[in-house]
Write a protein that binds this ligand. Structure first.
Ligand code: DAH
Length: 341
């Protein structure tokens, strides 16, 4: 008996439970049906009568000690658990997970399309591998126009009357839309375009454009100007102004290059706008009647405007990205800056 009592005392001293189930385990081990203490009390029946008083006291003291230890450890652990739950700050930001982010070109493209969708433009798409007719001829490019040059265009097959090539602009989707739809037509055509250019900070052989086309009865240059102004204000802020400079495109007449007031200096002049206060954002114009006719639209009845912009260029102006190559290098350090956009 003495040995068991010493053993229990030793266990009691070293008892440092970390969990409530460890406390319960200890309780069963000591006070359970087959517990050490329970068995001691059974043995107690065989103690000599004159020693009963002394052993009885000892065992009762031991039992109280064990019961108390179980009680206090249990209470302590329960309190700790409650405390931990109470200090769990539910407003604490979650730990960061790398969920990936949209590419800046996709972000700007989506914004452009959203703006035009709100003006009633539908989305039209066309093939990246095109033919000369849709990219050049039907758009009024003369047979010797420099844009057809090997320098600019990636040709796939030139052994035909209608060479196969990678489209150099999304204006080809204008043609495909006019060929298949009856006016009124109001579409924006997003897509990838290809040009045989040396890659530099300001030029790339692949980039993205959004082409716009609106054809109806009585569409005027004023409609075009208003649509561009609305776009500029939505994209660059409500104080944005636009400026149209006369220009030339084979498929529009009259044609214009469109500038927006510099969103960095507000038009005062800075190094982003090269002290001009203006940034070029797109080409635009009234669809040349011969282009309407080439796609089977009666130019006596209908008129229309068209515009085309580079998506990378808009993103560059929006975020002051200085090098076009960044868009295609997939450097995570660059891309993750757009995580919360
Ligand atoms: N296709 C032209 C380019 O790639 C952009 C453009 C200019 C489109 C004027 C148009 C337009 O529809 O009217 O440079």
């Amino acid at each position: 008996m003495r040995k068991t009592i010493d053993h229990i005392l030793q266990q009691l001293e070293g008892f440092r439970p970390g969990t409530l189930s460890q406390v319960e385990e200890f309780r069963v081990q000591m006070l359970g049906k087959k517990g050490m203490l329970t068995r001691l009390f059974e043995d107690f029946k065989n103690v000599e009568p004159e020693q009963k008083r002394e052993w009885g006291q000892l065992l009762n003291q031991l039992k109280t000690k064990v019961q108390e230890a179980v009680k206090t450890h249990k209470a302590q652990l329960e309190q700790k658990q409650e405390g931990a739950a109470a200090t769990d700050d539910l407003t604490k930001p979650a730990s960061f997970t790398h969920a990936g982010s949209r590419h800046p070109v996709s972000l700007v493209l989506r914004e452009i399309l959203d703006i035009y969708a709100s003006m009633g433009f539908a989305i039209a798409e066309g093939p990246e591998i095109e033919d000369d007719r849709h990219v050049f001829s039907a758009l009024n490019f003369a047979p010797d126009h420099p844009a057809r040059d090997m320098q600019d265009t990636f040709f796939i097959n030139t052994n035909t009357d209608n060479p196969i090539l990678l489209r150099t602009h999304t204006s080809s989707v204008q043609v495909r839309t006019m060929e298949t739809k009856i006016p009124p037509i109001r579409v924006v055509c997003p897509g990838r375009v290809f040009r045989n250019e040396a890659i530099s900070a300001r030029a790339h052989c692949i980039f993205h454009q959004v082409e716009g086309l609106y054809i109806d009865k009585n569409v005027s240059f004023a409609d075009l100007k208003q649509a561009i102004l609305l776009f500029a204000r939505r994209m660059f802020g409500s104080s944005a102004r636009i400026r149209l400079r006369p220009s030339y495109f084979p498929f529009t007449e009259p044609s214009a290059e469109v500038d927006v007031s510099c969103n960095i200096c507000g038009g005062q002049g800075c190094n982003v706008c090269k002290n001009t206060g203006w940034l070029e954002i797109m080409g635009a114009g009234m669809v040349d009647p011969s282009v309407l006719e080439a796609s089977g639209i009666d130019s006596q009845k209908y008129s229309g405007y068209a515009f085309g912009m580079g998506v990378e260029r808009i993103a560059m102006l929006k975020w002051q990205i200085k090098d076009l190559r960044l868009y295609f290098e997939n450097d995570v350090k660059f891309l993750e800056q757009f995580f919360l956009w």
